[in-house]
Write a protein that binds this ligand. Structure first.
Ligand code: SAH
Ligand code: SF4
Ligand code: F3S
Length: 486
């Protein structure tokens, strides 16, 4: 069952007994119908469409959730706008590092000024940040102009929450501790017609000691393979060529299903879906990456030649304190095995600098791994103290100057290595999926290679969504300038 943390202005079953008895999906459809009426009445009153804006912070999971939010909003009758001066604005927030939180607070001030000009504007906040007690208190105290707050576990109730927001005065709040519900088939509005993320699991059980995700996203739950495959088949029929399977730790997919299934087995099934030409996934935890997965990737014609394998640190001492459950040596051995089996694979990673107790010698260990593995790209983060995590309570938090020194040194090596790795395909021909017209130069289009590298070449909007062959003429640091061959 779903345990609530905090609810305000949202009486239990605020409609009727009949509605309360409905299945969750039907319930939300019922609320959506009511909502449509309200929005269409407002539209008549204003003599124009109501506009909405969804802004996403954080990871691919949040991006996918935002597509669900937008799906409901469009279905309700809103029109999407790129401007935050809209009738309904929602921020889907992230709290993985403190700078994500600060950005939200900064922008909320701006929203308040928009609301002063448009008194009927509604402002909503949802996502990971809202699962934190201290955030909720701060918003109630200092940002009273917010109309709706909900968290990560009840996003499927968005239609109901929206309806309530339009029907009541005062801040509507609904935050849950966890949920066992996975509601399928609600409306979704995809950002790209030709590619899509798909949640295969929710939550995380790993409790890396620095990380807040398990606290804000709850326990790990896998979706039924049948539901995942049906969704992918539907997407393929709708023109999607590339899917990205999403989970905080996809390698542990399926362990808690009634009929357990491994991630590698799921991939084999996804591979069979007609119309899907490319398969990606995120994120893989090194401790759970199986030989079976390497084999499936190796044999696959559709799984992209890219693996994101977060390292976090190259020092075994620090890895242990991070509760990552692998060592420097086992990570190196794993990377070597993958490269040996799939030589053309691009390996990318995440690294944290400044974890409590980390010394410059530890950073040297990390640099050593970067040099040995030769990552194609690495995202480097400065450690951010997250309240409630074990690492936040650790002594010897690292002074800023030391963190900065280690970070700069690491970044330099990461960039040099990535530049060299990306360049190695110069002169070759590879297939690329065209994603968009180049923002800076409209004569160019931007496409993605299987190994996730970007290539720009001459072309127009008619190519978007097509997989074409491109000659990789010149490497410009982290991307290519190419020429279309076919
Ligand atoms: N589930 C994924 C990561 C999700 S968070 C995994 O395990 O790989 C994305 C990245 O943010 C992490 O890989 C980590 O490098 C970084 N990160 C998480 N918590 C952080 C913190 N407290 N400070 C700095 N970076 C952090
Ligand atoms: Fe966070 Fe670790 Fe879970 Fe990734 S695996 S989300 S870093 S706790
Ligand atoms: Fe951020 Fe939540 Fe993703 S904290 S990184 S949006 S799971």
């Amino acid at each position: 069952m779903s345990e609530k943390i905090y609810t305000k202005n949202l009486p239990e079953n605020f409609y009727s007994e009949d509605v309360a008895a409905m299945k969750e999906y039907e319930k939300q459809q019922f609320f959506l119908k009511k909502l449509k009426k309200i929005i269409s009445d407002l539209e008549d009153k204003k003599g124009r469409k109501l506009t909405c804006n969804v802004t996403t912070f954080g990871c691919q999971m949040n991006a996918r959730d935002s597509e669900k939010l937008l799906g409901i909003l469009l279905e309700a009758g809103f029109e999407e706008t790129a401007s935050e001066q809209a009738d309904f604005v929602i921020y889907n927030t992230c709290t993985v590092r403190d700078n994500a939180n600060q950005r939200v607070y900064g922008r909320l001030g701006m929203l308040n000024s928009y609301k002063k000009k448009n008194k009927e504007m509604k402002i909503a906040l949802c996502g990971c940040m809202m699962q934190e007690q201290s955030v909720l208190e701060k918003i109630q105290k200092s940002y009273g102009f917010v109309d709706l707050i909900f968290g990560t576990h009840n996003i499927y109730k968005f239609a109901e929450l929206l309806l309530r927001t339009f029907e009541t005065k005062g801040m509507v709040i609904d935050i849950w501790k966890d949920t066992d519900q996975i509601v399928e088939d609600l409306p979704v509005s995809r950002k790209y017609p030709f590619k899509s993320g798909i949640n295969i699991m929710f939550g995380c059980n790993n409790f890396c000691s620095y990380c807040i995700v398990p606290y804000v996203r709850g326990r790990e739950r896998s979706r039924e393979p049948k539901e995942i495959l049906q969704e992918i088949e539907k997407l393929a029929k709708d023109g999607v060529k590339e899917v990205m399977l999403l989970g905080q730790n996809v390698n542990s997919y399926g362990k808690n299903l009634d009929t357990p299934m491994s991630f590698a087995q799921l991939l084999r099934e996804v591979e069979k879906v007609d119309g899907i030409e490319r398969i990606r996934f995120m994120t893989s935890h090194p401790k759970d990456l199986s030989d079976e997965l390497i084999q499936v990737m190796k044999e696959s014609k559709k799984i992209c030649r890219h693996l994101h394998l977060p390292l976090q640190s190259g020092s075994t001492r620090i890895l242990e304190k991070m509760n990552r459950r692998y060592t420097k040596e086992s990570y190196l051995a794993l990377a070597e095995k993958i490269r040996k089996e799939i030589p053309d694979i691009a390996l990318t990673t995440d690294i944290i600098v400044g974890f409590p107790g980390e010394t410059l010698e530890d950073v040297e260990e990390t640099i050593d791994v970067v040099k040995t593995v030769q990552f194609d790209n690495a995202f480097t983060f400065i450690y951010s103290k997250r309240t409630g995590t074990p690492a936040a309570a650790m002594e010897n938090q690292v002074p800023e100057e030391i963190v900065k020194e280690g970070f700069d040194k690491l970044l330099k090596v990461v960039q040099e290595t990535a530049r060299m790795r990306v360049k190695r395909y110069e002169g070759q021909i590879m297939s690329a999926l065209v994603e968009e017209v180049n923002e800076q130069d409209s004569h160019l289009v931007t496409a993605r290679l299987s190994n996730n590298t970007i290539v720009h070449f001459e072309g127009d909007a008619s190519l978007i969504g097509q997989i074409v062959d491109v000659s990789l003429e010149k490497c410009e640091g982290f991307y290519y300038i190419g020429k279309r061959i076919r």
